[in-house]
Design a protein around this ligand. Structure first.
Ligand code: MG
Length: 339
């Protein structure tokens, strides 16, 4: 098994501002795994919140030696080894996990959703994300997103109400609200959820900082809108405790370390009667198409990372008015664009 990797700078169509930061371009790494005449792909979208960047990805991939394994079919054993290389580095681990799954699907000539016996008809529609911005730009973005039936709104700075009011002047579509840990006190958080009540808000994602677990529990007791964990949840082991403070979890491949762990988390959350959502970072069609394979198992889905960029180097799962199209293409169903 031979690995190679290449970085890309993804250009965002609009500056992407959330409660934590603002970005115009996002660096990602595409990992290629070659074995037995098949080339498979994985992706890492490094997250600065977790100390990841292109350098840490390079350093991690340099350490991965898959020569000791006979084939990508040994995915359980391989991922255990990859996990043991270093703590953290979840997006790098994700890239390896995705490439292994893509290879297996290509070898067996079947898409992953089909190998897993899932029915694309059960997949929820994906939301389209509108990041924090001025009234004028919010108006423009909402109009641009007219084909998408669900919007996800980033809040958590000073202009939450102005943004929601601006959107509500244009549309009454259901909204997912994501505060990205932006509400720092119980007072601010309770006041915000009260204000959002009766505004057709489906749920609120990560209202408060992950380390303020007790405050989030308190907020849940005072919120009529369901709360979904994002920054609070990474791996399977996080899930049971979160049931005390949240109504659901937002799983991302770049946090979980890939499809295998994400699948475990989905089933654990269901056992705890929690809602299950999958989200994404800014990613190419590789990461999005991988997550899309699991969408028939989800309650909510926010997989628009590649719709927000203008230079996706890959073709993959298409997003048609929020519906992620699962095709018969093998593995992740992705191929590099010719240029
Ligand atoms: Mg989020």
């Amino acid at each position: 098994m031979k690995l190679s990797w290449k970085s890309y700078d993804l250009r965002l169509k609009h500056v992407f501002r959330i409660a934590r930061n603002a970005r115009e371009t996002v660096p990602v790494m595409i990992l290629s795994l070659e074995h037995d005449g098949i080339i498979a792909y994985g992706e890492a979208s490094p997250n600065v919140r977790y100390g990841e960047n292109i350098e840490t990805l390079n350093a991690f991939f340099e350490k991965v030696d898959l020569e000791q394994f006979d084939s990508p079919f040994a995915v359980d054993e391989i991922l255990r080894y990859v996990n043991s290389i270093a703590v953290g580095n979840n997006s790098a681990k994700c890239a390896v996990d995705l490439a292994l799954h893509d290879w297996i699907g290509k070898k067996l000539n079947a898409p992953l959703w089909q190998m897993w016996g899932l029915n694309p008809k059960n997949a929820p529609l994906s939301s389209f994300t509108i990041a924090i911005d001025t009234k004028e730009i919010i108006r423009q973005k909402v109009l641009e997103a007219k084909d998408f039936p669900i919007l996800k709104i980033k809040v958590g700075l000073e202009n939450d109400r102005e943004m929601i009011e601006t959107i509500r002047e244009i549309t009454d579509k259901p909204l997912y609200v994501d505060a990205n840990e932006g509400w720092k006190t119980r007072e601010k958080a309770v006041e915000s959820v009260r204000w959002l009540k009766d505004k057709n808000i489906v749920f609120i994602e990560q209202p408060m900082p992950a380390e303020q677990f007790e405050d989030i529990k308190f907020l849940r007791d005072h919120s009529e809108i369901p709360l979904i964990a994002d920054e609070s949840v990474h791996h399977l082991e996080d899930v049971p405790k979160l049931a005390e403070a949240f109504d659901g979890i937002n799983i991302k491949l770049m946090k979980s370390g890939g499809l295998r762990e994400a699948t475990r988390m989905i089933h654990a959350a269901k056992a705890l009667k929690m809602k299950v959502m999958m989200g994404c970072m800014i990613e190419t069609a590789v990461g999005i198409s991988a997550a899309a394979q699991l969408t028939p198992l989800l309650d909510y889905c926010d997989l628009d990372g590649n719709v927000l960029i203008s230079n996706d180097p890959f073709d993959g799962c298409r997003n048609i008015k929020g519906r992620l199209e699962l095709t018969e293409k093998a593995g992740l169903g992705v191929s590099p664009k010719e240029n």
